[in-house]
Design a binder for this molecule. Structure first.
Ligand code: DAH
Length: 342
């Protein structure tokens, strides 16, 4: 062998060894390649060839051999480091992308909203549309136009949030009746859901802000029969088959006035603590629209008559879900809402 042949052998082994080492995909394969391309036998065969060279060439051959050794060991070491870091990434806790997701509650409609939606849906089938009014009202829309006498106790500072200069937070949704009567000629059939405000203490049965749904039907020839039939039908649709009764009542803006009761949801009419032993629960106030109310809104009360009602969806939600305390509806406690929201 000549020094040139030796050099060629070294070069080709360098190339072959690099190729094999870089082809190893894990630590075991790398070790296998190392014993293959850089075994004691391989090294010995180079030493042997070196020893057979003419004495003058051995120095150069030794340098070449040493260069080969440094090269192979460097390639081995860098591949070892690469494999170790790949292995480290693979050893991390495994993410199983096929695992089914854990079902989580993503929120839903509040029970009071559910009740309002249902009330609206029932009346919509009967031809009612939704009308909205402002939450800050004038004294005239909230009281005067609704035939409240000037000294009515509801206007008292204790009940009403006054905003100054004749403005207030509406204490009921009834002012939407006036706004509707002013803006659209009869026949009128509207439902007005919204928030109302009263300076009540916040306790188990009172909240300073709560929902109401107002209803109003005005046309020629509307009578108390329409009121009674419509509201009874509503109760049947909302609560399922139930007995209802009307009790005489008083509101300044209706004459005659009546409150409607449904059979107590909890005892089925036998009498329990929830219905205070009466077997009945009040769900709404209603009556024939007072002629003065029609006139205040510019409607001819000789020609037109109408009926109206107002109910509290919060109270109805309490009946429906058997809630002992109205504050459950306002606390936003997820543990409660998860059970009743849809
Ligand atoms: N506005 C009354 C209240 O807040 C509820 C009400 C009663 C509304 C009778 C009506 C009605 O339209 O006819 O207590």
């Amino acid at each position: 062998m000549t020094i040139d042949e030796f050099r060629t052998r070294v070069e080709s082994h360098k190339a072959e060894a690099s190729q094999h080492i870089l082809g190893a995909l894990d630590a075991n394969a790398l070790e296998e390649q190392r014993t293959h391309v850089w075994s004691r036998t391989v090294q010995q065969s180079f030493s042997k060839a070196l020893g057979e060279l003419p004495a003058d060439d051995r120095r150069e051959a030794g340098r070449l051999f040493n260069e080969l050794k440094v090269h192979v060991e460097a390639v081995l070491e860098s591949r070892r480091a690469e494999i170790a870091s790949l292995q480290h990434a693979l050893d991390k806790p495994k993410l199983d992308l096929t695992m089914p997701a854990r079902a989580r509650w993503r929120g839903g409609k509040h029970p009071v909203t559910l009740v309002i939606d249902e009330i609206v849906a029932i009346f919509r089938e009967l031809g009612f549309t939704v009308a909205l009014g402002p939450e800050s009202e004038s004294e005239w829309y909230n009281f005067s136009a609704l035939n409240f006498p000037a000294d009515h106790p509801a206007m008292d500072m204790h009940d009403t949030f006054y905003l100054g200069e004749g403005a207030l937070l509406r204490t009921h949704t009834s002012p939407v009746q006036i706004r509707t009567l002013q803006s659209s000629p009869p026949p009128i059939r509207i439902l007005a859901p919204g928030t109302v405000f009263r300076r009540d203490p916040f306790d188990a049965s009172h909240a300073p802000a709560f929902a109401q749904v107002e209803g109003l039907a005005v046309d020629e020839g509307i009578s108390f029969v329409d009121l009674k039939a419509t509201l009874t039908l509503f109760a049947q649709k909302f609560f399922g088959k139930t007995r209802t009764r009307f009790r005489p009542s008083y509101f300044p803006f209706t004459e005659p006035s009546a409150e409607m009761d449904v059979e107590c949801r909890l005892c089925g009419g036998r009498g329990c603590s929830a219905c205070k032993g009466t077997g009945w629960m009040e769900i709404l106030g209603s009556g024939m629209v007072h002629p003065s109310v029609l006139e205040a809104a510019g409607i001819d009360s000789e020609r037109y008559t109408g009926w109206a009602f107002g109910m509290g969806p919060g109270r109805i939600a309490m009946l429906r879900y058997g809630l002992p305390d109205i504050r459950l509806l306002y606390d936003s406690d997820i543990r409660f809402l998860e059970q009743v929201a849809e």
